[in-house]
Ligand binder design. Structure first.
Ligand code: PLP
Length: 420
């Protein structure tokens, strides 16, 4: 090995990773390290940390599995076109049309919404630029920004107002380096659904400052409240055709196949404004070849076939949401705003311990796994201490488990919080 080589691979420290990865965390899975310790010590684990319905009693609708299976038997096992197979792209466009999204300029499929978010961020931001992120929020956005040398700037979600975005705070966070606003609606980790007035307020801000909107609507099929006959969900892009918006959605949650890794992006807005940006996204997509080819054949049957599973899923989730809110609020050390969608709640802790200490001790003592609230705060806690501390007074629970298991876990959490 020459001298150059030994400088890169130091015998004492191993391979030096990039500085850009230093702040990247993903608390949802990071807690598993503590869980493994608890398991080794003989604890039975109760997982309320991962938003995967397949871990519980939410089976995939058989026609969606059959479509992917058929595609494999039909030999759709080579590379697909980079943006996606035409049948899938047409089905996505048709659903966007049904949802009232106009001025669609581009549609593409990805390996989950996760990959779409990464590509859309990489195609938009240069080092030193930033994107506004909800706080608390889903940690992938910060990670994707850090990995391209850009920054996530948190805006406040207001717990005292049902976790709606605080528009004044959002306006204050915009600076000349800001390129986009991420709107996660329905939200992870709070389960909030945003009012149309709030969405319009965000659109006005974006218009005034020339910003792109990333509308992450992956939980759009899981809105739990609303009267029969109400429009169940209002996609942000259906409120305007004059602004650049990328709507992200996919099969993972609404169609119960997170392991298929199928998501998509829909770019809407004025053609001349989005054309160069779309081409940049397409270039990155060509470089990574394609999303899973056979799995894309599940998209049309999912969006256009039998939807009856959604009713069943929502009924279970409504019951488990109500159970979660009532059990947690019965403990004086916890208060929980009722989620309106998805399968997450983000209760506040009124105890002396920090959220990370609480979660570590909870896992080791009881085997119940939840995620510390700070895992949904800004990655750069030093730059944004207020946003970090606001998230850190909380924890996230997933209310997917069967009623009896869920109730047992929630009571263990409450009793444990009562011990300080
Ligand atoms: C808000 C949000 N966006 C994106 C994702 C990732 O979805 P996918 O499985 O399509 O990559 C998740 C997954 O939990 C999520 O909660």
């Amino acid at each position: 090995m020459g001298n150059n080589m030994s400088a890169i691979v130091s015998s004492t420290h191993g391979i030096r990773p990039s500085k850009r990865t230093e702040q990247i965390r993903y608390a949802i899975r990071d807690v598993m390290l503590i869980a493994e310790q608890a398991r080794a010590a003989g604890k039975k684990l109760l997982s309320l940390n991962i938003g995967d319905p397949l871990l519980y009693d939410f089976p995939t609708p058989p026609h969606i599995i059959a479509a992917a299976h058929r595609a494999m038997l039909d030999g759709r096992n080579g590379y697909a076109p980079s943006a996606g197979v035409p049948e899938a792209l047409e089905a996505i466009r048709a659903e966007a049309e049904r949802d009232g999204i106009r001025n669609v300029q581009d549609v593409f499929t990805n390996s989950g919404v996760s990959e779409g978010i990464e590509l859309a961020i990489a195609a938009l931001t240069d080092p030193g630029e930033n994107i506004l992120l909800p706080s608390p929020g889903y940690p992938l956005y910060d990670a994707a920004l850090l990995s391209v040398g850009a920054e996530g700037v948190p805006y406040r979600l207001d717990e005292s107002n049902g976790w709606q975005p605080d528009l004044d705070d959002m306006a204050r966070q915009i600076n000349p380096k800001t390129r986009a606003i991420v709107v996660i609606n329905p939200n992870n980790p709070t389960g909030a659904v945003y009012s149309v007035a709030t969405l319009r307020g965000i659109l006005e801000l974006a218009a005034r400052h020339g910003l792109v909107i990333f509308a992450d609507e992956i939980y759009s099929k899981m809105v739990l409240d609303g009267q029969p006959g109400d429009q169940p969900f209002v996609p942000m892009a259906s409120l305007t055709s004059d602004l650049p918006i990328i709507t992200f959605n996919g099969l993972s949650k609404g169609y119960l196949v997170p392991g298929f890794r199928i998501g998509w992006g829909i770019v809407s807005g004025p053609k001349q404004e989005v054309a160069h940006y779309c081409e940049a996204i397409q270039k990155l997509m060509r470089a990574r070849l394609c999303a899973s080819h056979p799995m894309q054949f599940a998209i049309k049957p999912a969006l256009e076939g039998d939807q009856s599973h959604i009713h069943v899923v929502k009924e279970k989730l409504r019951r488990r949401r109500d159970l979660t809110v009532s059990v947690l609020n019965s403990f004086p050390e916890i208060s929980c705003v009722a989620p309106q969608a998805a399968f997450y709640a983000f209760p506040r802790l009124k105890i002396k311990k920090s959220d990370t200490e609480f979660v570590r001790d909870l896992i080791l003592e009881t085997g119940v796994i939840v995620v510390p609230g700070s895992g949904f705060g800004p990655a750069n806690a030093e730059a944004y201490p207020a946003a970090y501390h606001a998230a850190a007074d909380h924890f996230r629970v997933v209310f997917l488990p069967q009623d009896d298991v869920l109730e047992k876990a929630l009571r263990l959490i409450g009793d444990f919080a009562g011990q300080g």
